[in-house]
Design a protein around this ligand. Structure first.
Ligand SMILES: [Zn+2]
Length: 158
């Protein structure tokens, strides 16, 4: 099982590889994403590799180990770490709700967006997640989360 610094290095490598692969694949990356039903993107945009890498980097701030009431939140959120205190208290470390691919990513994005939900409404939140710029960011975050899960030994704690 990897420690926090190892996870951060893996996240940085994932972000760099994501940007490089995105630029190498170019429009073919969109074709690959469109072939999976969960991330269908209508058209290619030149900013996709950067946005996907940015999404992977965001994992440093909203990664799976926020379920620890100390570590990651303390290191990456500074005085705002208290925002993640309820998350760390409600979800046991390496639980499916924080670490399992897609479920953990979706849960943290919803948790992080909770203050915006009353203003946006549920339809507005869903519309945000399907915008052309949010999809590559979410895809990058999902990739980094998957690398984190693999480095943790693929835990399935319920
Ligand atoms: Zn972890």
């Amino acid at each position: 099982m990897a420690n926090g610094r190892t996870h951060d290095r893996i996240t940085l490598i994932t972000a760099g590889c994501t940007v490089a692969i995105g630029f190498i694949l170019g429009e073919h990356a969109v074709e690959i994403m469109n072939s999976s039903q969960s991330f269908a993107v209508a058209r290619y945009h030149p900013s996709f590799p950067i946005l996907t890498g940015l999404g992977a980097l965001i994992n440093l701030w909203i990664g799976p180990d926020l379920d620890l009431s100390g570590g990651k939140a303390k290191r990456w959120w500074g005085p705002l770490k208290m925002l993640w205190y309820p998350y760390g208290k409600l979800i046991p470390h390496r639980h499916v709700l924080s670490h399992f691919p897609v479920i953990g990513t979706f849960g943290r994005v919803v948790y992080f967006s909770l203050p915006l939900l009353p203003a946006m409404g549920c339809p507005g939140f869903i519309m945000w997640t399907v915008t052309w710029w949010a999809q590559p960011i979410l895809f990058g975050l999902l990739l980094a989360d998957m690398m984190h899960w693999v480095a943790d030994g693929m835990p399935v704690r319920v």
